[in-house]
Write a protein that binds this ligand. Structure first.
Ligand code: ADP
Ligand code: ZN
Ligand code: ZN
Length: 725
């Protein structure tokens, strides 16, 4: 029999290890999943116990005791979740402590913090009723509180009006046994039933329901407006009615009041909302409600994935292709892939929904690993929009819009409908240049041009954020000849204002919607349905349902057609399809106009003529021929330093210590944008035919990398299944 006498603690430090500690002096061994305060060097840190052991590799003399077991040893992360986090740090090769402590809400990362107690309500006992039969006597306030409770149980905040010392009064009543406290029951609001399902929706719901209680991944591949959300709602209804909990993950920009309202109305409950934009207290309250099992439904963005949910029965991930599910710095993980892993561990179904599935998910569906449900028609008899390509070689596009596009916008407005203009570039012009000598404004710290923000009078780098005032004259030749080249959303707004002065124009980009609440206000305004024009970036592409929108103009996607990034065409197709999906979502037909210099590009032609699935299958075939993901598996070792030669030396040495095996190694090569924020970024790309092969060679490589002296002069990190090169 082994005697467990140590705990293994995950601490928020960037080291690839756990830390062993003895139990606190005079105390017992803290349980797995509890928080502890421990010494590390001169510091005291809050960590999470992830294991117990009977011996340590440290000599006994160097083992230190835990300073304090926090929260009375309450288990915050259950064994299942800790298992998932362990898988994460092993798979993504990230520091265990950062992974585990990062799963706690920020408010619980300090020693003084504690899990808030669940709200209670108070009820009269029979002894309390008897007391109420007697006259008030010398305790009128106590009597008043008893009388207030006679009508039924009350939450403590409702008792606050009774006397100025109501807490003391209440404590007295509890002590006398006249009143008891109990958890507040869920206030189930009245749920509004949904519409009868279409045949395809019904089949998808039935298939997922048949998998409740076992693992299966379902790809809900439904065109925009086909009723995917309605499918989620049906599934949630069933799971919640049966007493289970469910987790819904949405892209960062998808978590709108409109969506939450829809959930609330249809399900008759208040979802616990978790995302990184919440105040610490709000986030903690939602997390505690989920962790204790009180909240049946959690809706959140990427980071909500790690919320403990003791009765989790279903995970839904909406817009599964969305890039915001991948964390790009620190602990780099794919919330989509980890969601699938979590479902597999728990033996529950997971639903990935999208109108434009990622090639990874599509490939899994094609090869039969995922159940594949196609919804190819829009739910409310709405037809899919029709396409028109405007060849920009044959007409001018002054201020960004071709005459034919402006005419189409005018006609749409005359019919009392709405139109939107999409351009994935904010600011006024993507570059400011001199017509006389050819100078152009570029960032000193990045391989990028500075975007001209005309109203602010500034040149801004969209990559590192550095800014400067717009010069009056050309800095090189002193000529008064500076002009913008190309267009950004601000310029399009101006073009539209000039042409349609009476019509309200709403701009959707990061600059226009920086203030909290503006985005939601604008969405509400568009939904009211009066004629208006929208101009914006990919913010417009995500999930919004604008019933009056019948025309979408896509201004410029050409750079994606010839990008060095092999994922650029996939993203372009998704973007075009998602933006187009905003058109004609109710009874009026929608039109999408695409302006391009390359109307004959085969990729574009395929997408527009045959739709996203044919396009994506073609891309998949291309990836197969080139042996790229999802057919192969990649890991990226990225190093960065101010000095390119330092970065290069480290990566060359890293390549030299790469373990022998079947895996291919490419590089060192520059990142697609080599210089960013003053640092030079170079990569080694590892590529293998299977995950096992990949990990089998990376795992022994990492300790060798950590020993390289040249690694101390650079910042380096490894990115598994990288999305950006
Ligand atoms: P998606 O999530 O695929 O974009 P939604 O679920 O938002 O689609 O549905 C689009 C619109 O169609 C919504 O207004 C929704 O209420 C409606 N809808 C969905 N399913 C049905 C149905 N079976 N019958 C009638 N209307 C439906
Ligand atoms: Zn000049
Ligand atoms: Zn920059």
């Amino acid at each position: 029999m082994s005697t467990l006498r140590l705990v293994q603690v995950a601490l928020p430090v960037p080291l690839p290890q756990l830390f062993d500690y003895l139990p606190p002096s005079g105390g017992s061994l803290p349980p797995v999943g509890a928080r502890v305060l421990v010494p590390l060097g001169r510091r005291r840190l809050v960590g999470v116990v992830v294991g117990q052991a009977d011996r340590s590799e440290l000599p006994a003399g160097r083992l230190l005791p835990v300073i304090e077991t926090l929260g009375d040893g309450q288990v915050l992360l259950d064994a299942g979740l800790l298992g998932l986090l362990r898988w994460c740090w092993q798979y993504y090769k990230h520091a265990p402590g950062e992974v585990v402590v990062g799963a706690l809400p920020p408010a619980l990362r300090g020693a003084a913090a504690h899990l808030p107690a669940p709200p209670l309500q108070y009820r009269l006992t029979s002894a309390g009723r008897e007391r109420l039969q007697q006259p008030p006597g010398r305790a009128p306030v106590q009597y008043e509180m008893l009388a207030a409770l006679a009508a039924g149980p009350c939450r403590d905040d409702a008792l606050g009006s009774i006397g100025c010392q109501w807490r003391k009064t209440l404590a007295g009543l509890l002590e006398k046994g006249w009143v008891t406290g109990e958890p507040v029951p869920d206030d189930r609001l009245c749920a509004v039933p949904g519409p009868p399902l279409t045949r395809d929706q019904d089949a998808a719901v039935a298939a997922v329901m048949a998998d409740i209680g076992r693992f299966r991944c379902h790809l809900l591949d439904g065109v925009t407006g086909s009723g995917k959300t309605e499918v989620y709602l049906r599934l949630l209804e069933s799971v919640l009615d049966a007493g289970g909990q469910a987790l819904v993950l949405v892209p960062e920009i998808g978590l709108t009041p409109q969506l939450l309202r829809r959930f609330r109305k249809r399900l008759g409950l208040e979802p616990a909302v978790i995302h990184s934009g919440l105040a610490a207290g709000e986030r903690l309250a939602a997390w505690a409600a989920a962790q204790s099992g009180r909240a049946a439904l959690v809706v959140g963005t990427r980071s909500a994935l790690f919320t403990p949910l003791p009765r989790l029965q279903l995970i839904v991930l909406d817009e599964e292709h969305d890039a915001s599910f991948k964390q790009q710095d620190g602990f780099r993980y794919s919330a989509r892939d980890v969601a699938v892993k979590r479902a597999a561990e728990l033996q529950i179904p997971v639903v990935l929904g999208s109108a434009t599935p990622s090639l990874e998910s599509l490939n899994n569906a094609v090869e039969g690993r995922y159940a594949w449900h196609r919804l190819r028609e829009r739910a409310m008899q709405a037809a899919l929009p029709s396409w028109r390509v405007l060849d920009l070689r044959q007409q001018d596009a002054l201020g960004g819009l071709a005459a034919a596009a402006l005419d189409a916008i005018g006609e749409t407005l005359e019919r009392g409908e709405q139109a939107m203009v999409f351009l994935n570039r904010r600011g006024y012009a993507p570059v400011l240049m001199c017509r006389s000598c050819g100078w152009h404004g570029s960032c000193e710290r990045c391989d990028a041009n500075l975007t001209w923000h005309r109203s602010a009078g500034r040149l801004v780098c969209h990559h590192c954020g550095s800014q400067r005032r717009v010069p009056a004259l050309c800095p090189d030749c002193r000529a008064d000849a500076l002009v913008g080249a190309g267009e950004g959303t601000q310029q399009l707004e101006e073009t539209l204002e000039r042409r349609f002065p009476q019509v309200p124009i709403l701009r959707f980009d990061r600059d226009a919607t920086a203030r909290k609440g503006v985005l939601d206000q604008q969405i509400e305004e568009v939904r009211r349905g009066h004629p208006c024009l929208l101009v914006g970036t990919q913010m417009l592409a995500k999930g919004h349902h604008f019933p009056g929108m019948t025309l979408v103009v896509i201004v410029n996607i050409d750079q994606a057609l010839y990008s060095a990034d092999y994922r650029a065409l996939e993203r372009m197709g998704q973007m075009i399809q998602q933006v187009a999906g905003r058109a004609g979502r109710s009874n009026k037909p929608g039109i999408v106009i695409l302006q391009t210099l390359h109307p004959e590009h085969p990729a574009l032609e395929l997408l527009l003529k045959q739709g996203y699935e044919a396009y994506a299958r073609w891309l998949l075939e291309e990836r197969r021929l080139a042996d790229l993901p999802p057919v192969s598996y990649q890991a990226l070792l990225r190093a960065e330093a101010h000095d390119r030669s330092v970065t290069e030396r480290f990566l060359k040495e890293a390549a030299a210590v790469f373990p022998a095996g079947g895996t291919r190694l490419f590089g060192p090569m520059p990142a697609i944008m080599e210089r960013l924020g003053g640092r030079s970024r170079l990569d080694l790309l590892v590529q293998a035919g299977s995950r096992n092969e990949l990990h089998g060679q990376i795992d022994p490589w990492l300790p060798r990398l950590r020993e390289l002296k040249s690694g101390r002069k650079v910042r380096w990190a490894i990115d598994l299944d990288p999305q950006e090169l």
